[in-house]
Design a protein around this ligand. Sequence first.
Ligand code: AMP
Ligand code: GLY
Length: 413
Amino acid sequence: MVGSGAREHALAWALAKSADVVVTPGNAGMTAHGLVCVSTPASELESELFVIGPDQFVVDGLADELRAQGKTVVGPGADGARLEGSKAFMKEFLTAAGVPTAAYGVFDDEEAALAFLATMTPPYVIKTDGLAAGKGVLVTHDLAAATTDVREKLSGAAFSGAGTTVVIEEGLEGEECSLFVLCDGTDALCLVPAQDFKRVGDNDQGPNTGGMGAYAPMMAMSSQRIDEIVRLIVTPTLSELKRRGIDYRGVLYAGLMVSPAGVKLLEYNVRFGDPEAQVVVPLYGDGLYDLLLRVGEGRLAGASAVPTGAAVTVILASAGYPQSPRTGEVIHGLGPDGQLATPLENVIIFHAGTTRNGEGQFVTSGGRVLAVTGLGANVAEARRRAYEGASLVNFKGSVRRSDIARLASEGEK
Ligand code: AMP
Ligand code: GLY
């Protein structure tokens, strides 16, 4: 398992139910939880299966490097990873594949960009082309703010590491859904739909983040809806990948906008979502290893995956996240294993940004610090457990949303 966040902690924990797992590099919370973490790079390790967690490694071509060594890998090569690495490429791909998506324009030039913006109606959506940890997208009703954002992205004043090309899009309304589609180069298998909460504050206020919480299954997505998504979005995508000679073995993460008028694809990512993995993976019991091995080996045909129950995860983030997180705070409420000092049944803590100080205490070391996951028979029960668990953990300035999965759990009553 390659990576060091809460997503990788959840994946490694689930894989360890049926395999010996080594994580590179992992984090302090995984080690405490009994997972073997090493600093050796993946290219110098031997394993039956390599699973790559973070987008940057996939986009940088780690899967190609490992496959060139004869290894079995979950994660597309750099060719398939362009779906996430460049939003301009992704939009062009979707158009070629005939996948429904927001109308858009791609710009390097301010005059043309602002002229296009003037033709759009609010909400305005401005995206930086390259990887920006989920933070490179502005959605606003304020034309002046949109104009400033276009200027800053084009000039490199904002997100210059992700390039200075911008994508301006039609604003879509509806419910967002994250659907992880396992692909083995030919066949595909959808995992249970999940919902992520991207804005930092309650009621979707404040800036976009990497994700402040999630739940699964998303009951609002009926099996007819999923069938429609497979027909209109997944199948055309697989055909277009084939047509371009891209052998896509990994997770194709469809970020969807669902409205009564239909479903449109907001974006593709080329790996599991974080924090969605922390609620999807636990629903498959000890079945994850077999599924992912089939992905890597191109043997997905005939595989089935039946999820059980529901999960909710609440992210505890550092003060100042996402703009300028303040780290180095001692975390209270965790035991030596990095789990709740006072254990609660069906609550698991996945570590994102933690390390240990000289006294062995866990301290914060990143924007997102912990993902507290509750499991239950339904979303309401899972939510109660997640929040009960989260209430037992504290550090100075900790930020959390109080409304993760609230509407979904009310909808079950
Ligand atoms: P992306 O990185 O493309 O998924 O964008 C991050 C977030 O911005 C999405 O999860 C949505 O909440 C929002 N977003 C992106 N594109 C659009 C759009 N065309 N219309 C409305 N919201 C959007
Ligand atoms: N949860 C959003 C992402 O992983 O990109």
